[in-house]
Design a binder for this molecule. Structure first.
Ligand code: AMP
Ligand code: MN
Ligand code: ZN
Length: 798
């Protein structure tokens, strides 16, 4: 039942991304459909059919064509994740024709319903639906990606250790802003490339700025402003104390803020900002319904005014702000800018030259706490309202309370900057060492480079270790498979991995290894929409894992490894991946080493410290090591250079295509000179996003699985059997306590974040549009909603 490559090419949404693709597809498909309809009408029916059936030739043709038609149908439905066991199941032969037809109508309904949902989403673009706000409580999530972000240090004003309660502001119907983006997001495995085309305030021309040291080529593109960031000189004014600094009035008395969501207004803003020498900047972002994350809002404050920019609407024009942000004559004041710098590069090609990070200042001034809320309280006696920290910033129009919340983040920041600068000067020496230390640390932040979140082969293992579960090899294999499937689907659908399948559900499925798809659903409350849609894929992955022979030794090894790690060297213990998966610990190259060797060592140090999976776990110590060792090494060691511009221009021409660096005269890479300790090169392209699971099993397998899921009595029986087996299974081990406990970063997925209130709403058909559609099925009016009945009474319902 395996088709060849040509036949398998069912157009996916990728070819249908733009209007042209849709047109071409339409042109191709319509004649085929017309021909099919014509042929099917030509088949004799009624008595005539019975007559024809007395001819063997006719029967033969009908049988062959019939099963071909069925197969095409099954492929279409399979591709769309629609189940129709009555048609394709193992018992399909026993199902009578009428029931089959019924099932077909049902499947058709599911398809059209899905299309309608998508159309609703698009219709929302023409007729924006007022966001209905929903507020629910939640404990905060800490993002493990960034160790030093402002929100990483909890914004409690009184320093209590317990998780403060946040209110999660969501909305019932939020459109995907990605639909409106002029340039589609590139979620491929290709490394992120800077898209900067003009370089205002350049000290080094753009072309030269894109030359990178060979050793860094695989890791990330360079920061085009690296040179300027390293070499610009502080203004006299910024090194002098701030005199007569006045605390801004509270928001209520401060006059209206300027909201900017049009290109002309952005132009006007730039004119307003001329002559400004300090600017407070902050960003708000969204990460749940996007693979790489989206910057939704930019807040700017001058001494006179507050501005809020709708960066979703202005996305393709934001680069204009480089004239200010990259201008070394203007001090940009941020609080904890690590993420902001990356987001600016990722979404807008914006770069910051000359920054004062109040978070860095707070560290150098040795404040007891380093949050913005603390600074606001300390300097301004303002009790910051941080309850909307986790709001869905994609909501438009932005409710006033969110606007005010956002505004407050920069409103007082220039005043705080003045005060901090003054005390840095006061406490520092003649050379203004403390102020310069803050500015130099801020330089390092500006020099950061956005890197895509790349797939890590051992990512599932870190997750496993953190979960403190003890899995056998089957369970681990299931986790590995699900982990990869989830990552690839997240890339494809432009969703976060957490939205596709939250960690705790993924772990639960891996742990229970449900025999039937019903068991998979039982692991989810509520069921994420894509889990329902890809249920058979998940199920077949689990099935593959179940088929793996059990090995007792592996379970034991895993446990032993967990315990062995306690005694590992300091560098090793920074990450929670077992050492046998990682390259050996960093060895600093001795100075006496020959140049070629230095290159290799450096390369391995660099990759170890910059590889994404590890970067997530890098602690202060490694950061320091990198700053002290790797950065100067990269800057001053005699390294080969690669003409990065070739890659760059390639990417301009054909975005999204795999990049191959153009061979240049001075890049001679000795094949044998590759350090084995380096992680494998980044994968440049993936064969197929659907590859995993989707095409990996036959129709029969799917039907079987679906059949099994259908029979309730059978399911119950098996569940009981499974529960009993689970109790007595001698291979299951008691969970080991995690010896790494203290070193493990808190995982957002394990917090009590109430993702039930997160925005799954667009999967619901709005009532108004529902009536336009005939239900088309009478008796089997199954709920098309992914949410369980219990869920339906939750916050999203009116
Ligand atoms: P801030 O720098 O505090 O204005 O935060 C900027 C963005 O970081 C917010 O819009 C959120 O997207 C994200 N963020 C802030 N705090 C948290 C948190 N506790 N957990 C996850 N994301 C956060
Ligand atoms: Mn911020
Ligand atoms: Zn903010």
């Amino acid at each position: 039942m395996h088709q060849n490559k040509e036949e398998e090419q069912i157009p996916t949404h990728k070819s249908l991304l733009d209007d042209e693709g849709v047109d071409a597809y339409f042109k191709e498909v319509m004649p085929a459909i017309a021909a099919a309809v014509k042929s099917s009408n030509a088949i004799p029916s009624g008595e005539l059919y019975d007559f024809y059936r007395t001819y063997k030739e006719f029967v033969d043709v009908m049988e062959v064509e019939g099963s071909r038609a069925l197969e095409v149908l099954s492929r279409v439905l399979r591709q769309s994740g629609i189940r129709a066991p009555a048609i394709f199941g193992s018992k399909a032969n026993e199902t009578d024709l009428e029931d089959k037809f019924e099932a077909l109508i049902d499947a058709n309904d599911q398809l059209t319903e899905r299309i309608s949902n998508k159309l609703d989403e698009l219709a929302g673009l023409r007729k924006p639906i007022e966001a209905e706000l929903v507020v629910s409580s939640s404990t905060p999530i800490t993002n493990k990606k960034s160790m030093e972000a402002s929100w990483n240090t909890k914004r409690t004003l009184h320093g209590e250790k317990s998780s403060p309660s946040y209110r999660l502001l969501a909305a019932r119907f939020v459109q995907r802003p990605q639909i409106l983006f002029k340039e589609k997001v590139d979620n491929s495995d290709n490394p992120f490339l800077p898209k900067l085309r003009h370089k205002p305030h350049a000290m080094l021309p753009l072309r030269e700025s894109l030359l990178v040291p060979e050793i860094a080529i695989e890791q990330a593109a360079p920061n085009p402003y690296q040179y300027e960031i390293n070499h610009f000189e502080y203004t006299e004014e910024q090194l002098d104390p701030a005199l007569n600094s006045l605390q801004p009035k509270p928001l209520r008395e401060s006059g209206p803020l300027t909201y900017i969501d049009k290109e002309e207004q952005l132009q006007q803003l730039l004119e307003n900002l001329e002559g400004v020498s300090e600017l407070a900047v902050d960003l708000e972002a969204h990460s749940y319904r996007s693979f790489q994350g989206l910057t939704c809002l930019m807040q700017l404050s001058t001494r006179e005014r507050d501005y809020v920019l709708d960066t979703l609407a202005l996305r393709s024009h934001m680069h204009m702000l480089n004239s200010v942000l990259a201008n070394p004559q203007v001090v940009k004041v941020f609080h904890g800018a690590d993420s902001d710098i990356e987001w600016l590069q990722r979404d807008f090609s914006l770069y910051v030259v000359n920054m004062f990070d109040t978070y860095r200042a707070s560290k150098i001034l040795e404040f007891p706490r380093h949050s913005l809320a603390h600074l606001l309280l300390h300097y301004c006696r303002v009790n910051a309202d941080k309850q909307y920290q986790l709001a869905d910033w994609r909501i438009r129009p932005l409710p006033e309370e969110l606007l005010n919340y956002a505004r407050e983040d920069t409103h007082y920041l220039l005043y705080i900057y003045d005060q901090m600068k003054n005390s840095l000067l006061e406490k520092g020496n003649e050379q203004k060492n403390l102020l310069k230390a803050v500015l130099d640390n801020s330089r390092l932040v500006c020099a950061k480079v956005y890197r895509k979140h790349v797939f890590s082969e051992d990512g599932y293992h870190s997750l496993y270790v953190k979960s403190r579960k003890a899995f056998n090899n089957r369970q681990l294999l299931a986790l590995k498979k699900l982990y990869e499937w989830r990552f690839r689907l997240a890339q494809q659908e432009d969703e976060s991995e957490g939205y596709i399948l939250p960690n705790h559900i993924m772990l639960q499925i891996s742990e229970t290894l449900p025999r039937e798809s019903g068991g998979i659903l039982a692991c989810c409350t509520p069921t994420p929409p894509l889990v329902r849609q890809y249920l058979h894929t998940i199920h077949s992955l689990v099935k593959e894992a179940r088929e793996e022979p059990l090995s007792i030794s592996q379970t034991i090894r895993t446990e032993a490894r967990l315990q062995a790690k306690v005694t590992k060297s300091i560098l090793d213990s920074l990450h929670d991946t077992p050492s046998d998966i990682l390259p050996p610990p960093v060895v600093l190259p001795p100075c006496t080493i020959t140049p070629g060797k230095v290159e290799r060592k450096k390369s391995s140090v660099w990759s170890l410290l910059t590889s994404n999976s590890l970067a997530n776990q890098v602690t202060e110590k490694v950061r320091k090591l990198k700053e002290a060792f790797v950065t100067p090494l990269v800057n001053y060691a005699p390294v080969k250079f690669i003409d990065y511009t070739a890659m760059f221009h390639h990417s301009l021409k054909r975005p999204g295509e795999p990049v191959t660096p153009a061979p240049s005269a001075n890049t001679t890479v000795d094949e044998n000179d590759v350090d084995e300790t380096d992680p494998p090169p980044l994968k440049k392209s993936r064969d197929s996003l659907e590859g995993e699971g989707e095409d990996g099993h036959t129709v029969e397998q799917v039907s079987e699985a679906l059949d099994a899921a259908l029979s309730k009595a059978e399911r119950k029986r098996k569940k009981k059997e499974y529960q009993a087996a689970k109790k007595t299974n001698p291979l299951r081990m008691r969970p080991v306590s995690n010896p790494e406990k203290k070193l493990v970063a808190p995982d957002p997925e394990f917090s009590s974040y109430d993702y039930a209130t997160a925005d799954y709403s667009e999967f619901k058909v709005p009532q108004t549009l529902r009536s336009h559609r005939g239900s088309g099925k009478g008796k089997k009016n199954k709920s098309k909603n992914w949410r369980s009945d219990k869920e339906k009474n939750s916050t999203f319902q009116k």
